[in-house]
Design a protein. Structure first.
Length: 409
């Protein structure tokens, strides 16, 4: 088994140990199946004739949708999860301290966003077939919503630092991507799917649709604070997006539970993105807290404030309930089933929910007067920081190994 690790910017992800999949390419240009050694032809294959008449070797051409070479070609759809995780912890630290940590993580998030944006543009230009294959794959397509959430999370941090123009630019870009994905992705799954049922492709990344939607709601509330003249229509937009996110969460969680109960559960399937089950509740609570912080005289806020307050507390409770279950599932995967705990890009989808839980708990407790929530938020912040440091160290170690190149046998 060859494990390929990923770096923070989204290098190729780790392969699944013991997975029976496509045959491996051999040095002779054939495939290596069960019982065959790599680099040797099957008994039924005649060796290539030697001598001047031999045909020149032909370079292998990647199959459509196969991972393309290079950083840009290997960028996974959910690569912007690094920006989401880093940006939300920076926002947490801005509110709760220490300030130096917030500034360092802001620089890391902004740099990561710039690099990933360049890689994404290159990938769209040079490898459109691979991008199209990702868009058609139900297990990967929702990962593109990390572009939306990453831009919004970073923009909200810039708003806190007093740069609403940057926030508006990032939110506008995120809104364009969200509008494209929020209709193209479900339409593709309904009208252009390649198999009768996509239930086997349902996983935690589907909830990134909720995360992206609620991140836009938070961006709208952040802009309303800076641009009071636009607060009326921004409050309508934020409340509407919050409501859409709520319905999407209920619908997608039902699909995930259906998949869990009807499709065999394997360690490979039970990956880190399932932590977004908690992260999606947390960002919904954070968006709700931002809505409740609006002046009560705004018509849209007056219409939904009671629902927002009650539903946000219910979702905060449900998100808290998810945490022990997700830990149990992780122990089953890594301890009982011996799945190796190695770096992969998807681990950022564990860090983000931890950071967002802290941010949501602090914001909701502050706006509702629930004093017990602030100590819980401070404790969870340091859990998120520790998780960020561990995943970042794993990513840097992966990059170092890749930089050294393959080790000779």
């Amino acid at each position: 088994m060859e494990a390929v690790v990923t770096g923070p910017g989204g290098l190729p992800e780790q392969s699944e140990p013991g997975r029976a999949g496509a045959p491996e390419a051999t040095a002779s240009g054939g495939t290596a199946g069960p019982g065959r050694s790599r680099g040797h032809p099957a008994p039924s294959e005649a060796p290539a004739a030697a001598g001047p008449a031999s045909a020149p070797p032909v370079a292998a051409v990647p199959a459509p949708g196969a991972p393309a070479p290079g950083l840009a070609g290997a960028l996974p759809p959910a690569g912007f999860a690094f920006v989401m995780a880093t940006g939300i912890i920076s926002t947490d630290a801005y509110a709760l301290g220490p300030a130096w940590l917030s500034r360092v993580l802001l620089v890391a998030a902004a740099g990561g966003f710039a690099l990933l944006t360049v890689l994404l543009v290159i990938r769209l230009w040079r490898y459109p077939r691979a991008v199209l294959a990702d868009l058609r794959a139900p297990e990967r397509t929702f990962g593109f919503f990390t572009v939306v959430a990453g831009a919004d999370v970073l923009g909200v941090r810039f708003a806190a630092a007093g740069h609403p123009v940057v926030t508006a630019a990032l939110a506008a870009a995120a809104a364009v991507v969200w509008l494209a994905l929020t209709y193209a992705v479900p339409a593709g799954l309904l009208l252009a799917r390649e198999r009768d049922s996509v239930l086997g492709g349902v996983n935690g990344t589907w909830l990134l649709w909720v995360v992206g939607t609620q991140s836009l709601a938070i961006s709208a509330t952040a802009l309303a604070v800076s641009w009071a003249a636009a607060a009326n229509w921004l409050s309508v937009l934020a409340a509407a997006l919050w409501g859409v996110g709520i319905v999407l969460y209920l619908m997608l969680v039902a699909l995930i539970l259906l998949r869990w109960l009807t499709v065999p559960m394997t360690p490979a399937a039970l990956g880190p993105p399932y932590w977004i089950l908690m992260g999606a509740t947390a960002i919904t609570v954070r968006a709700g807290a931002q809505l409740l912080a609006f002046p009560p005289g705004l018509p849209a806020i007056g219409a939904v404030s009671g629902l927002v307050s009650g539903f946000s507390f219910v979702l905060w409770s449900f998100g808290t309930w998810w945490v022990p279950l997700l830990i149990i599932l992780g122990l089953w995967r890594h301890v009982r089933q011996h799945w190796p705990l190695a770096y992969e890009t998807a681990l950022w989808s564990v860090v983000f929910p931890l950071g967002m839980y802290s941010a949501a708990t602090f914001a909701f407790g502050h706006v509702t007067g629930l004093a017990f929530m602030e100590p819980a938020a401070r404790a969870m912040l340091w859990v998120a920081v520790a998780a960020w440091a561990a995943v970042a160290a794993g990513g840097l170690a992966s990059l170092a190994r890749l930089a050294r190149g393959p080790v000779a046998a």
